[in-house]
Design a protein around this ligand. Structure first.
Ligand SMILES: [Zn+2]
Length: 171
């Protein structure tokens, strides 16, 4: 039986891994307080699954999978668009920071987590979400309004009359 994830779910991550536990949840995007401010809308949810286990080297790990669609604002045409999230990441759990590789030795396909007796699950998911977000979200080129003229042309023209007004006022 997979227990469910909610806002207050905390796990003992090393025990969770050693017992090969698994939790699952459909999390409304609004519950991610840091992410919320970056969204173009309030709708949407994320399908999350966290499972634990031990790898061939007997190292405890957590595996996080999260899928969903985030409403983001296109920075080019200022229209909302759907950004698909598909996270699948494995963390090796280490007892302390000395077991983590130096930043220059880190490999892309391995992440590390410190062992924690009370790890907030949503916090981990949100960290990954924030990492997965583009710095300047944009439509794919052919779907952006900017490509065809449209709404975006106005968005660019708007500042100009005001700028001229300011110039007149200051005379
Ligand atoms: Zn766009």
């Amino acid at each position: 039986m997979a227990a469910s994830i909610n806002q207050s779910t905390v796990i003992n991550n090393i025990e969770f891994a050693q017992k090969a536990l698994e939790i699952h949840g459909i999390i409304p995007l609004l519950q991610f307080s840091r992410l919320r401010d970056l969204l173009a809308g309030q709708e949407g949810e994320l399908d999350c699954r966290l499972s634990g286990g031990k790898d061939a080297n007997n190292s405890a790990y957590l595996q996080l999978e999260a899928k969903g669609t985030l409403p983001l604002m296109c920075q080019r045409c200022l229209q909302p668009f759907d950004f698909d999230i598909d996270i699948d990441v494995r963390y090796r759990i280490v007892r302390d920071e000395t077991q983590m590789p130096a930043p220059e030795d880190e490999s892309d396909d391995e992440d590390f987590l410190l062992s924690q007796t009370e790890m907030p699950v949503l916090g981990l998911v949100e960290d990954e979400l924030l990492l997965a977000l583009p710095i300047a979200p944009k439509h794919e080129d052919d779907s952006c309004v900017d490509a065809s003229g449209g709404v975006n042309a106005d968005a660019y023209k708007k500042p100009n009359p005001f700028a001229r007004l300011e110039a007149l006022k200051s005379k």
